[in-house]
Design a protein around this ligand. Sequence first.
Ligand code: SAM
Length: 260
Amino acid sequence: MLKPIKRLGQNFLQDPNTIRKIVDAITPAAEDAVVEIGPGTGALTGLLSQRYHRFSAIEIDPRAAELLRETLPGVDIIEGDVLDVSWADLATRLEAPRLCVIGNLPYYITSQILFSLLDAAPLISEVVIMMQYEVAARLIASPRTKEYGILSVAVQLSATPKLLFPVSRNVFYPRPDVRSAVVRLSFPEKLEEHGGVDPKFLRRLVRMAFNQRRKTLRNSLSALTAELGVALPENVTSRRAEELAPEDFVDLALYLLRTA
Ligand code: SAM
């Protein structure tokens, strides 16, 4: 057992039933490769590498990477930061059209990992990840709830999220301060093109709208509409970000770009 490093989000899974439940939750296609984020001491890695031959695991802690190379010889362990990984290069190296990604995430970078996977969407088939329960609730949130925000819109525009099950704090060592849940994101085979809208513009619009979520869109988007020299459509001006469904943001982005 390694001495856990808090700064790296190291909370190791101890319970065989939970481990099996998480591993059983992925449904990769035969041609997919499976990639694990943050294998740590290998709680999920042993089972995963037995089941899937096109398999890699990305781990930042050199002590854990060395331990895994000893305990699971022949398994592809990539030592480095998951945020530096090119999913496209990895898919090419693993000779897979798409990747199925799994992991008990380091919680301090959950959102960044999510955005990096969303940006690689055409190459990702499915994601099954454990995260803080409150973040999981945000991914599946509906408009007009307090959990609904940037993450909900971004995720729901690219994938279908499902909260699979909560996980007790007692199955980790050390016991984390927060509650956890496992979430599955299923990606469509064909990338959602959203009417051809520039994804960067769409994300900027969503961010600006939610950065001042209490304000009406007329106010929260005033800098953007001024920059583009356009007015918001009538039916949107007095609404707030949390009232718009993900597809409403797409429609709004298309309207603004076409009218500008
Ligand atoms: N999978 C193991 C388990 O379930 O017991 C460990 C999970 S632990 C919550 C998160 C793991 O992610 C740790 O092993 C940690 O070292 C690793 N990690 C933290 N930051 C990382 C990063 N930026 N890139 C890759 N791995 C990272």
